[in-house]
Ligand binder design. Structure first.
Ligand code: FES
Length: 346
Protein backbone atom coordinates (compact mmCIF):
# COMPACT_ATOMS: atom_id res chain seq x y z
CA UNK A 1 0.00 0.00 0.00
CA UNK A 2 1.36 3.42 -1.00
CA UNK A 3 1.54 6.41 1.32
CA UNK A 4 -0.75 9.35 0.97
CA UNK A 5 0.79 12.71 0.08
CA UNK A 6 -0.89 15.96 1.06
CA UNK A 7 -0.17 19.16 -0.87
CA UNK A 8 -1.99 22.04 -2.55
CA UNK A 9 -2.71 22.98 -6.17
CA UNK A 10 -3.75 26.61 -6.62
CA UNK A 11 -4.64 26.65 -2.93
CA UNK A 12 -6.85 23.54 -3.11
CA UNK A 13 -5.97 20.72 -0.68
CA UNK A 14 -5.02 17.58 -2.60
CA UNK A 15 -4.50 14.04 -1.35
CA UNK A 16 -2.45 11.95 -3.80
CA UNK A 17 -0.63 8.65 -3.74
CA UNK A 18 3.13 8.47 -3.33
CA UNK A 19 4.70 8.03 -6.77
CA UNK A 20 1.88 9.82 -8.59
CA UNK A 21 2.90 12.79 -10.73
CA UNK A 22 1.44 16.26 -10.23
CA UNK A 23 -0.42 16.22 -13.57
CA UNK A 24 -2.27 12.98 -12.82
CA UNK A 25 -3.08 14.19 -9.30
CA UNK A 26 -4.45 17.47 -10.70
CA UNK A 27 -6.57 15.75 -13.36
CA UNK A 28 -7.91 13.30 -10.78
CA UNK A 29 -9.16 16.33 -8.83
CA UNK A 30 -10.74 18.04 -11.88
CA UNK A 31 -7.96 20.62 -12.12
CA UNK A 32 -7.03 21.07 -15.78
CA UNK A 33 -3.39 21.53 -16.72
CA UNK A 34 -2.78 21.71 -20.49
CA UNK A 35 -1.05 18.59 -21.81
CA UNK A 36 -0.60 16.74 -25.09
CA UNK A 37 2.14 14.13 -24.75
CA UNK A 38 0.91 12.62 -21.49
CA UNK A 39 -1.27 9.53 -21.37
CA UNK A 40 -2.12 7.72 -18.14
CA UNK A 41 -1.25 4.33 -19.72
CA UNK A 42 2.28 5.42 -20.67
CA UNK A 43 5.48 6.50 -18.98
CA UNK A 44 5.73 10.32 -19.01
CA UNK A 45 8.36 11.85 -21.29
CA UNK A 46 7.83 15.63 -20.96
CA UNK A 47 7.97 16.20 -24.72
CA UNK A 48 5.25 18.78 -25.46
CA UNK A 49 6.32 21.26 -22.73
CA UNK A 50 2.72 22.34 -22.09
CA UNK A 51 2.13 21.07 -18.58
CA UNK A 52 4.51 23.44 -16.77
CA UNK A 53 3.69 24.43 -13.19
CA UNK A 54 5.51 26.38 -10.49
CA UNK A 55 6.36 24.76 -7.18
CA UNK A 56 6.62 26.84 -3.99
CA UNK A 57 6.80 30.01 -6.06
CA UNK A 58 10.08 28.92 -7.54
CA UNK A 59 11.18 27.21 -10.71
CA UNK A 60 8.84 25.93 -13.41
CA UNK A 61 8.76 22.20 -13.93
CA UNK A 62 6.82 19.78 -16.15
CA UNK A 63 4.00 18.46 -13.97
CA UNK A 64 3.87 15.13 -15.87
CA UNK A 65 7.45 14.40 -14.81
CA UNK A 66 7.31 15.81 -11.26
CA UNK A 67 6.25 13.44 -8.48
CA UNK A 68 3.96 14.75 -5.76
CA UNK A 69 5.71 15.68 -2.51
CA UNK A 70 4.39 16.36 0.95
CA UNK A 71 3.48 19.99 1.63
CA UNK A 72 4.39 21.54 -1.72
CA UNK A 73 2.38 24.46 -3.11
CA UNK A 74 1.75 24.03 -6.84
CA UNK A 75 0.63 26.90 -9.07
CA UNK A 76 -0.82 25.98 -12.47
CA UNK A 77 -0.92 29.49 -13.87
CA UNK A 78 1.24 32.62 -13.76
CA UNK A 79 2.53 35.08 -16.38
CA UNK A 80 5.74 33.04 -16.73
CA UNK A 81 3.85 29.74 -17.14
CA UNK A 82 1.39 31.31 -19.60
CA UNK A 83 4.16 32.72 -21.77
CA UNK A 84 6.10 29.43 -21.84
CA UNK A 85 2.97 27.45 -22.72
CA UNK A 86 1.91 29.94 -25.36
CA UNK A 87 5.19 29.63 -27.24
CA UNK A 88 5.02 25.83 -26.96
CA UNK A 89 1.44 25.50 -28.21
CA UNK A 90 1.94 27.99 -31.04
CA UNK A 91 5.00 26.12 -32.27
CA UNK A 92 3.18 22.78 -31.95
CA UNK A 93 0.17 23.75 -34.01
CA UNK A 94 1.99 25.98 -36.47
CA UNK A 95 2.34 23.07 -38.92
CA UNK A 96 -0.91 21.33 -38.05
CA UNK A 97 -3.46 21.09 -40.86
CA UNK A 98 -6.51 22.84 -39.43
CA UNK A 99 -9.32 21.04 -41.29
CA UNK A 100 -11.13 20.58 -37.99
CA UNK A 101 -14.63 20.26 -39.46
CA UNK A 102 -13.59 17.25 -41.53
CA UNK A 103 -11.35 15.69 -38.87
CA UNK A 104 -12.32 12.43 -37.17
CA UNK A 105 -11.01 13.83 -33.86
CA UNK A 106 -12.94 17.08 -34.04
CA UNK A 107 -15.32 16.04 -31.28
CA UNK A 108 -12.48 14.91 -29.03
CA UNK A 109 -9.26 16.71 -29.96
CA UNK A 110 -6.72 17.50 -27.22
CA UNK A 111 -5.10 20.11 -29.44
CA UNK A 112 -8.38 22.01 -29.73
CA UNK A 113 -8.86 21.73 -25.96
CA UNK A 114 -5.41 23.18 -25.22
CA UNK A 115 -5.76 25.77 -27.96
CA UNK A 116 -9.12 26.98 -26.62
CA UNK A 117 -7.80 27.01 -23.03
CA UNK A 118 -4.78 29.07 -24.11
CA UNK A 119 -6.77 31.38 -26.40
CA UNK A 120 -4.46 30.78 -29.35
CA UNK A 121 -4.96 33.38 -32.08
CA UNK A 122 -4.64 32.17 -35.71
CA UNK A 123 -2.98 35.41 -36.82
CA UNK A 124 -0.09 34.75 -34.40
CA UNK A 125 0.43 31.33 -35.99
CA UNK A 126 0.93 32.74 -39.47
CA UNK A 127 4.29 34.24 -38.53
CA UNK A 128 5.48 30.77 -37.47
CA UNK A 129 4.05 28.79 -40.34
CA UNK A 130 6.85 27.47 -42.51
CA UNK A 131 6.29 26.44 -46.12
CA UNK A 132 2.92 24.72 -46.16
CA UNK A 133 3.75 21.06 -45.89
CA UNK A 134 1.53 18.55 -47.59
CA UNK A 135 2.80 15.09 -46.80
CA UNK A 136 1.02 12.08 -48.31
CA UNK A 137 -1.67 10.46 -46.16
CA UNK A 138 -1.07 6.75 -45.57
CA UNK A 139 -4.36 4.99 -46.28
CA UNK A 140 -2.83 1.56 -46.80
CA UNK A 141 -4.19 0.07 -43.59
CA UNK A 142 -7.71 -1.32 -44.05
CA UNK A 143 -8.96 0.09 -40.72
CA UNK A 144 -7.26 3.42 -40.08
CA UNK A 145 -5.25 6.11 -41.81
CA UNK A 146 -2.27 8.23 -40.84
CA UNK A 147 -2.14 11.91 -41.78
CA UNK A 148 1.34 13.21 -40.88
CA UNK A 149 0.16 16.76 -41.58
CA UNK A 150 -1.90 16.61 -38.39
CA UNK A 151 0.77 14.93 -36.25
CA UNK A 152 2.17 17.03 -33.39
CA UNK A 153 5.01 14.57 -32.65
CA UNK A 154 3.75 13.93 -29.12
CA UNK A 155 5.08 10.37 -29.46
CA UNK A 156 2.04 8.75 -27.82
CA UNK A 157 1.63 6.34 -30.77
CA UNK A 158 5.32 5.41 -30.73
CA UNK A 159 5.29 4.78 -26.97
CA UNK A 160 1.98 2.88 -27.15
CA UNK A 161 3.41 0.47 -29.71
CA UNK A 162 6.56 0.05 -27.58
CA UNK A 163 5.17 -0.01 -24.04
CA UNK A 164 1.70 -1.55 -24.45
CA UNK A 165 1.76 -3.60 -27.64
CA UNK A 166 5.47 -4.48 -27.38
CA UNK A 167 5.86 -4.36 -31.14
CA UNK A 168 7.86 -1.21 -31.86
CA UNK A 169 6.26 -0.78 -35.28
CA UNK A 170 6.49 3.02 -35.08
CA UNK A 171 9.33 5.47 -34.55
CA UNK A 172 10.49 8.99 -35.36
CA UNK A 173 11.86 9.60 -38.84
CA UNK A 174 14.17 12.47 -39.82
CA UNK A 175 15.31 15.21 -37.48
CA UNK A 176 14.44 18.77 -36.47
CA UNK A 177 11.47 20.43 -38.17
CA UNK A 178 11.26 17.52 -40.65
CA UNK A 179 10.62 14.90 -37.94
CA UNK A 180 7.60 12.72 -38.62
CA UNK A 181 6.23 9.51 -37.16
CA UNK A 182 6.57 6.51 -39.43
CA UNK A 183 7.10 2.80 -39.68
CA UNK A 184 10.51 1.14 -39.94
CA UNK A 185 11.94 2.14 -43.33
CA UNK A 186 9.04 4.60 -43.71
CA UNK A 187 6.98 1.90 -45.44
CA UNK A 188 3.19 2.10 -45.75
CA UNK A 189 1.51 0.75 -42.64
CA UNK A 190 0.21 -2.30 -44.44
CA UNK A 191 3.75 -3.33 -45.43
CA UNK A 192 5.18 -2.81 -41.93
CA UNK A 193 5.09 -5.12 -38.91
CA UNK A 194 2.03 -3.21 -37.59
CA UNK A 195 -0.66 -5.64 -36.41
CA UNK A 196 -3.50 -3.14 -36.89
CA UNK A 197 -4.59 -3.42 -33.26
CA UNK A 198 -5.49 0.29 -33.25
CA UNK A 199 -4.02 0.94 -29.78
CA UNK A 200 -2.14 3.93 -31.22
CA UNK A 201 -5.27 5.15 -33.03
CA UNK A 202 -7.40 5.33 -29.91
CA UNK A 203 -4.67 7.24 -28.03
CA UNK A 204 -3.76 9.74 -30.78
CA UNK A 205 -4.78 13.10 -29.28
CA UNK A 206 -5.19 15.01 -32.56
CA UNK A 207 -6.71 12.77 -35.26
CA UNK A 208 -3.44 12.15 -37.13
CA UNK A 209 -4.17 8.46 -36.65
CA UNK A 210 -7.90 8.00 -37.14
CA UNK A 211 -10.35 5.27 -38.09
CA UNK A 212 -11.20 5.25 -41.80
CA UNK A 213 -14.89 5.14 -41.07
CA UNK A 214 -15.50 7.13 -37.90
CA UNK A 215 -18.98 6.24 -36.75
CA UNK A 216 -20.76 7.98 -33.94
CA UNK A 217 -22.91 5.72 -31.82
CA UNK A 218 -26.22 6.83 -30.37
CA UNK A 219 -25.79 4.48 -27.42
CA UNK A 220 -23.41 1.85 -26.09
CA UNK A 221 -23.89 -1.67 -24.75
CA UNK A 222 -21.34 -3.23 -22.41
CA UNK A 223 -20.45 -6.80 -23.37
CA UNK A 224 -17.64 -9.34 -23.93
CA UNK A 225 -15.70 -9.83 -27.17
CA UNK A 226 -16.69 -13.10 -28.86
CA UNK A 227 -13.43 -13.82 -30.68
CA UNK A 228 -11.34 -15.82 -28.23
CA UNK A 229 -11.26 -17.14 -24.71
CA UNK A 230 -9.56 -14.10 -23.13
CA UNK A 231 -12.92 -12.42 -22.66
CA UNK A 232 -11.96 -8.79 -23.27
CA UNK A 233 -14.50 -6.24 -22.10
CA UNK A 234 -15.94 -4.03 -24.83
CA UNK A 235 -18.65 -1.46 -25.41
CA UNK A 236 -20.55 -1.92 -28.68
CA UNK A 237 -21.62 1.40 -30.17
CA UNK A 238 -25.15 1.22 -31.62
CA UNK A 239 -26.77 3.48 -34.19
CA UNK A 240 -30.33 2.52 -35.14
CA UNK A 241 -30.25 -1.29 -35.00
CA UNK A 242 -26.65 -1.61 -36.21
CA UNK A 243 -23.35 -2.03 -34.39
CA UNK A 244 -21.12 0.79 -35.69
CA UNK A 245 -18.17 0.85 -33.31
CA UNK A 246 -16.27 -0.97 -30.58
CA UNK A 247 -14.61 0.63 -27.58
CA UNK A 248 -12.42 -1.24 -25.11
CA UNK A 249 -13.55 -1.44 -21.47
CA UNK A 250 -10.81 0.06 -19.28
CA UNK A 251 -12.39 -1.39 -16.13
CA UNK A 252 -12.28 -5.04 -17.30
CA UNK A 253 -9.23 -6.69 -15.65
CA UNK A 254 -8.67 -9.02 -18.61
CA UNK A 255 -7.83 -6.27 -21.10
CA UNK A 256 -7.71 -2.98 -19.15
CA UNK A 257 -8.71 -0.94 -22.20
CA UNK A 258 -6.70 -2.84 -24.82
CA UNK A 259 -7.98 -4.86 -27.78
CA UNK A 260 -6.54 -6.79 -30.71
CA UNK A 261 -7.39 -6.09 -34.34
CA UNK A 262 -10.28 -8.58 -34.35
CA UNK A 263 -11.92 -7.25 -31.23
CA UNK A 264 -11.58 -3.61 -32.25
CA UNK A 265 -12.32 -3.70 -35.97
CA UNK A 266 -13.81 -7.11 -36.76
CA UNK A 267 -17.43 -6.35 -35.97
CA UNK A 268 -18.89 -6.04 -39.49
CA UNK A 269 -20.02 -9.68 -39.42
CA UNK A 270 -22.71 -8.74 -36.88
CA UNK A 271 -24.86 -6.90 -39.43
CA UNK A 272 -23.47 -8.60 -42.56
CA UNK A 273 -26.19 -9.70 -45.03
CA UNK A 274 -24.36 -13.00 -45.66
CA UNK A 275 -24.68 -13.98 -42.03
CA UNK A 276 -26.64 -17.22 -41.50
CA UNK A 277 -29.85 -16.67 -39.61
CA UNK A 278 -31.35 -20.13 -40.18
CA UNK A 279 -29.77 -23.59 -39.95
CA UNK A 280 -28.70 -25.30 -43.18
CA UNK A 281 -29.06 -29.05 -43.80
CA UNK A 282 -27.25 -30.71 -46.69
CA UNK A 283 -29.72 -32.59 -48.88
CA UNK A 284 -28.62 -34.23 -52.15
CA UNK A 285 -25.24 -32.48 -51.86
CA UNK A 286 -26.74 -28.99 -51.48
CA UNK A 287 -27.34 -26.92 -48.35
CA UNK A 288 -30.98 -26.08 -47.79
CA UNK A 289 -32.50 -23.79 -45.19
CA UNK A 290 -34.27 -25.67 -42.42
CA UNK A 291 -36.26 -24.91 -39.29
CA UNK A 292 -34.49 -25.11 -35.93
CA UNK A 293 -36.59 -28.08 -34.72
CA UNK A 294 -35.66 -30.10 -37.80
CA UNK A 295 -31.96 -29.28 -37.44
CA UNK A 296 -31.86 -30.08 -33.72
CA UNK A 297 -33.68 -33.39 -34.24
CA UNK A 298 -31.20 -34.35 -36.96
CA UNK A 299 -28.25 -33.55 -34.68
CA UNK A 300 -29.79 -35.49 -31.78
CA UNK A 301 -30.42 -38.54 -33.99
CA UNK A 302 -26.82 -38.47 -35.28
CA UNK A 303 -25.54 -38.22 -31.69
CA UNK A 304 -27.70 -41.21 -30.70
CA UNK A 305 -26.12 -43.24 -33.51
CA UNK A 306 -22.59 -42.24 -32.48
CA UNK A 307 -22.31 -43.06 -28.78
CA UNK A 308 -19.12 -44.54 -27.30
CA UNK A 309 -15.74 -44.47 -28.98
CA UNK A 310 -17.21 -43.42 -32.33
CA UNK A 311 -17.62 -39.96 -30.79
CA UNK A 312 -15.13 -37.22 -29.95
CA UNK A 313 -15.70 -33.59 -29.04
CA UNK A 314 -13.45 -30.58 -29.57
CA UNK A 315 -14.40 -27.64 -27.38
CA UNK A 316 -13.82 -24.02 -28.36
CA UNK A 317 -11.95 -21.08 -26.88
CA UNK A 318 -14.80 -18.90 -28.11
CA UNK A 319 -17.14 -20.56 -25.62
CA UNK A 320 -17.48 -19.55 -22.01
CA UNK A 321 -16.01 -21.58 -19.16
CA UNK A 322 -19.49 -22.87 -18.35
CA UNK A 323 -20.12 -23.95 -21.96
CA UNK A 324 -16.79 -25.78 -22.07
CA UNK A 325 -17.64 -27.50 -18.79
CA UNK A 326 -20.95 -28.61 -20.27
CA UNK A 327 -19.38 -30.08 -23.40
CA UNK A 328 -16.96 -32.25 -21.41
CA UNK A 329 -19.82 -33.33 -19.13
CA UNK A 330 -22.01 -34.10 -22.15
CA UNK A 331 -19.19 -36.05 -23.83
CA UNK A 332 -18.50 -38.20 -20.76
CA UNK A 333 -21.96 -38.59 -19.20
CA UNK A 334 -24.18 -38.67 -22.31
CA UNK A 335 -21.93 -39.88 -25.13
CA UNK A 336 -19.99 -42.31 -22.92
CA UNK A 337 -16.43 -41.44 -23.95
CA UNK A 338 -13.49 -39.50 -22.57
CA UNK A 339 -12.51 -38.32 -26.06
CA UNK A 340 -12.87 -34.62 -25.41
CA UNK A 341 -10.30 -31.92 -26.01
CA UNK A 342 -10.04 -28.17 -26.46
CA UNK A 343 -8.78 -26.10 -29.38
CA UNK A 344 -6.53 -24.06 -27.06
CA UNK A 345 -4.21 -27.12 -26.73
CA UNK A 346 -3.59 -27.41 -30.47
FE1 FES B 1 3.96 17.14 -19.70
FE2 FES B 1 3.69 17.04 -22.38
S1 FES B 1 2.25 16.60 -20.83
S2 FES B 1 5.37 17.78 -21.21
Amino acid sequence: MTNQINFTIDGQEIVAQEGQNILDAALANDIYIPHLCHHPDLKPVGACRLCGVEIDGGHMTMSCLEPVREGIDVRTDSPVIYQARKIAIELLIADHHMDCLACAAAHDCDLLTVSAYMGVQPERLERLRKTERDLPIDTSNPFFQFDPNKCVICGICVRTCDEIVGLGALGFIDRGVSTVVGTFGNKPFVESVCESCGECVVRCPVGALAPKKPEFAAREVQTTCVYCGVGCGIYLGISGDEVVSVRADRERPTNEGSLCVKGRYGFNFINHPDRLTKPLIKKNGEFEEAEWDEALELIASKFAESKGEKFAALASAKCTLEENYLIQKFTRAVMGTNSVDHCARL
